[in-house]
Design a binder for this molecule. Structure first.
Ligand SMILES: [Zn+2]
Length: 335
């Protein structure tokens, strides 16, 4: 929300973000250039000392902002994905430029090869940190006409590397549908099961009240109208035509998402990390029509300075997958 006197500004190519690789190289040739750019993104209205509120500060050689008034030092990377990094910001900027310029994204192995990272683990950790930044904190709700459905990912289709497991992840998809054709933004998330509690909670988290929400006839969605949505149930007719898709939006997303996981990541996705991949897919899909790849760089960097840092340990050890359950809906429908 903008206050009085502030302008809603849209970032401009060549001024707010580099448009070409040449511009990128010029702007970010030095650590200084990167640090100043980061400061501008982090404090668009100018830095203010968190202790005394003074705007009078100088940048030390170690990239700390030193308040002239109270002497407090503020790290320009603390509280961002770059916190505690030992690598130069220049390398981070190069990685962000690289991954936002790859239309389909990049695997850890690809990043290791291209940027000459010593270890696969480093490349992997960086990608995961950046994936966390791909979800805009406090992002907008979908609105208008929305289609919602679930899909199953992993399991016997070969999505799991190494030991086979029959379990699958249930992924809920919500997408804005334009008329007569075309799609808007998407939201994708793992859900623990397909009960009304889980599915309606997902819809409430991502879709603005008052929207039209189309689903299939599954009873898990039956209470949507009680939560302020105009609920359209689309029930498969008895014609049995397999080409007829009741919810084309989620159907399309599910197909693209599975192809992307198998293609770019060659199925090497651990399913307790699936949420991060879903975030990356969402980030890319929602910006698919952006002609300016530099704008993607800008957006990702902008979000990277807003999220909490994560360590490799936090990514690997901190998350267990609570959502791997048998696909109950599938069983009930087929059984
Ligand atoms: Zn101060």
């Amino acid at each position: 929300m903008l206050g009085m006197g502030e302008q809603a500004s849209y970032p401009v190519g060549g001024i707010d973000y580099p448009q070409t690789i040449q511009e990128f190289d010029e702007w970010f040739a030095t650590e200084d250039g990167c640090a100043k750019y980061l400061m501008r993104l982090r404090w668009p209205q100018g830095f203010r000392c968190p202790r005394c509120g003074s705007q009078d500060a100088w940048l030390t050689a170690r990239y700390l902002l030193h308040c002239k008034h109270c002497q407090r030092q503020t790290s320009i990377t603390a509280g961002t994905v770059f916190e505690g990094t030992r690598k130069p910001l220049r390398i981070w900027f190069q990685v962000i430029w690289y991954i936002t310029n790859q239309k389909l994204g990049v695997s850890a192995l690809g990043l290791k090869r291209v940027l000459g990272f010593g270890s696969y683990q480093t490349a992997w950790t960086w990608l995961h940190k950046l994936r966390r930044a791909m979800v805009r904190p406090g992002r907008d709700m979908l609105n208008g006409h929305i289609e919602v459905d679930e899909t199953y990912i992993g399991g016997e289709e070969g999505g799991v590397r190494g030991r086979k497991t029959k379990s699958k992840s249930i992924v809920a998809i919500a997408i804005e549908v334009h008329f007569p054709k075309g799609f808007g933004r998407v939201r994708i998330r793992q859900v623990p099961d397909v009960t009304g509690a889980s599915l309606v909670e997902f819809v409430k988290d991502v879709v603005a009240v008052g929207s039209v929400v189309a689903t299939d006839g599954w009873r898990g969605y039956s209470s949507l109208s009680e939560h302020g949505y105009r609920h359209h149930r689309r029930v498969q007719t008895g014609s049995g035509d397999p080409a007829h898709v009741v919810l084309p939006g989620p159907h399309r997303i599910a197909a693209l998402l599975k192809r992307w996981l198998l293609g770019t990541h060659q199925g090497a996705v651990r399913y307790d990390h699936l949420d991060y991949y879903l975030d990356e897919y969402t980030f890319r899909f929602n910006r698919r029509s952006s002609k300016a790849r530099g704008l993607l760089f800008y957006r990702l960097l902008e979000q990277a300075v807003q999220v909490s840092p994560t360590t490799y340990r936090g990514i690997v050890g901190g998350v267990t997958n609570p959502v791997r359950r048998p696909p109950q809906k599938e069983l009930e429908r087929n059984g």
